[in-house]
Design a protein around this ligand. Structure first.
Ligand code: KIV
Length: 287
């Protein structure tokens, strides 16, 4: 009996945990809806993160802070429906876990039980270690996230690169170790100098997934709208644009407008015909 080819094998939490030992660089993208999830999954992306960045990228908020549990559950269900092979990780929104362990376990459990995600992600370093243990006690795998953590925007005084000072870099290493000790299966490193991303990665056995954290992480993640050029303005320094959806969709809309105004859409091949003429010889498009 032939074995299942590697690229078709379902990505699970243990598969991600062992990625570094297997010499595989982890590929993660955010996804917020079913058709995008299906496309990214079929292309071979390993992890689909239903990021709370849905707030800025899809829902029109200024930050991730207003995003609610209901919004995250809604988008997570959609991504789960679109994914087959990829691991779906749901981001816990602001105040869904900072308010205590009971809230955190109940809310994280909803992502697993009601929405079908395989794991959750929470932001914060060693002060979240006890919470990671509580989630694992409830059989909920946890992805950590340290460095530039957008839910702490007001504490950080803006979206600033973290770990530039030696003491801050050391603190990030301690955070990573504490989260590893608590049992996370992977760790997002966001917005830190490359040497710090490298040092944190070297300090833990848990695979790290970087975004603006340099080349030495075990994997990389991009926000879908940065990756696909679906945000106005230039992409952030750390992001690479792999497509220009702004141009593609803007151009398509302008061509549609022109076609409708000129009366060239719909054409004869784009209409339903009836067996007998029902109307007189009115000009198409004028009622
Ligand atoms: O919400 C998000 O998109 C994230 C990524 C930046 C890792 O947390």
């Amino acid at each position: 009996m032939s074995s299942v080819p590697e690229e078709l094998r379902k990505v699970t939490v243990p598969v991600v945990r062992s990625a570094r030992d297997a010499g595989i660089r982890i590929v993660m993208l955010t996804a917020y809806d079913a058709p995008t999830a299906r496309l990214l999954d079929e292309a071979g992306v390993d992890i689909l993160l239903v990021g709370d960045s849905v707030g800025n990228n899809v829902l029109g908020y200024d930050s991730t802070l207003p995003v609610t549990m209901d919004e995250m559950l809604h988008h997570t269900r959609a991504v789960v429906r679109g994914a087959r092979r990829a691991l779906v990780v749901a981001d816990m929104p602001y105040l869904s876990y900072q308010t205590g362990r009971r809230d955190a376990v109940r809310n994280a459990g909803r992502f697993i039980k009601d929405a079908g995600a395989a794991a959750v992600k929470i932001e914060g370093g060693r002060r979240r270690a006890a919470l990671v243990r509580a989630l694992l006690d409830a059989e909920i795998p946890v992805m950590g996230h340290i460095g530039l953590t957008p839910q702490s925007v007001h504490v950080m005084g803006g979206y600033r690169v973290q770990g530039k000072r030696v003491d801050e870099a050391r603190a990030l290493i301690e955070d990573a170790r504490a989260l590893e000790e608590a049992g996370i299966f992977s760790l997002v490193l966001e917005g830190m100098p490359e040497p710090v991303g490298r040092a944190v990665t070297a300090a833990v056995g848990t695979p790290t997934i970087g975004i603006g954290a340099g080349r030495y992480c075990d994997g990389q993640v991009l926000v879908f709208h940065d990756f696909a050029g679906f945000n106005p303005g230039p992409p952030p320094r750390f992001a690479r644009r792999y497509a220009d959806l702004n141009a593609v969709i803007g151009d398509a809309a302008r061509r549609f407008i022109a076609d409708v105004r000129q009366g060239s859409f719909p054409s004869e091949s784009e209409v339903y015909s009836a067996p007998t003429p029902l109307t007189s010889d009115r000009r198409p498009g004028r009622g």
